[in-house]
Write a protein that binds this ligand. Sequence first.
Ligand code: URA
Length: 438
Amino acid sequence: MIIKEVIDKKREGHSLDSAEIRDFIKGFTKGEILDAQMSALAMAICCKGMSTRETADLTDSMMRSGVMLDWGEGLPTADKHSTGGIGDKLSLIIQPLAASCGLRVPSLTGRGLGITGGTADKLETIPGYNASLNLEEMKAVVEKTSLAMTVQTAEICPADKKLYALRDVTGTVASVPLITASILSKKFAEGAETLVFDVKCGKGAFMKTREEARELARSLVDSSKASKRKSVALITDMDNPLGLKVGNANEVEEALEMLDPNCREKQLRLKEEIDLSVELASRMVALAKGLSLEAARELARTKLAEGAALEKFTQMVAAQGGDLEAFKTMREKAKVRRFRISAMRSGFVEAIDSARVGLVSLGLGAGREKSGDVIDIHAGIDFEVKVGDRVSVGAPLATLVTSTRPEALEANAAMLLKSIAIGHNRKESTSLILETIE
Ligand code: URA
């Protein structure tokens, strides 16, 4: 392979053959291909795209750059991937729920960057929780509980790790084939035979329009199928934040309530979020176990109502070193500053702009502006209202919380107030699921 010719070929808009893609990724992983050459190819892919076959080849090459987990016989292995949103703590519900329905779920999760949070950051707010398991530790946790939630280990998909770092600084993140190969290579390497994708769409999502979300969902599903994995994608609404809490530790608290059968009131309040969680877990179960969707939904609803998903979550947290009692004590004792905002007029909450909410959360210290920043685990927003609620003048809308940036409270409170639209129109509660791509 002549490196420059491969770059030229893609730049001219031609398809690369399987061997060219394989050799390029191999050379890049070993350091024989320069970062500049890989960046040039990434830019050419960004501009000219890739076919499903090329994307599947790229996925396969990246998967093979490191260790591939093989779980052998026993439970079917499945995972879910969300493209990320504001207040999106649903992985903390879906993965344990799917595992409680009899699946093996060795989930590699991400950290937050920019306005979207990361599941690993949320879990790490639990004292002792190790979200950076090594391969042996990850295997032991999955053997014990059938569920692990940890970040990509050094051994898994090193090509993706290297390439992502380059994409981040060369303006080549926003490419459907590169995103697809990056997501899928890790999921395939962790051994998932079934994959369910939650492609978020709207103001607080990476994909702002239905067309963009559809393109990514189609690419994820088609490339999975081309690699002989069962998969389905749901395109879901991310215009408004998910749940009433946005941050890190407060989102873990909310997830615990969503999992707890004794928190019925909270579950009714968050009906759309619970329904979406059950649907995504049911899709995993139906595909992985070969059940009808109706049977899978029934099973998932029963497991959630029985507290089996909460038990699974608790087992996993303990197996990864976390202490939920210490988490509760830590939250009670946290030294934080709060700022409450109230309604300036009466009416119905018509919309809550999730992009602005994400910026407020970031401003309070709950997120990372650049990779490596330290987050304030207690920072975030606790909403009192959801879209569709009726409010009167002076009614509390939300509380901003920070333990590290008290000086940021006032300006962010003003921005949060602007993000909550109050008017005459009552929006009826509707499903968060906009579309299904199979
Ligand atoms: N998540 C990933 O793992 N990779 C991407 O490229 C985008 C989102």
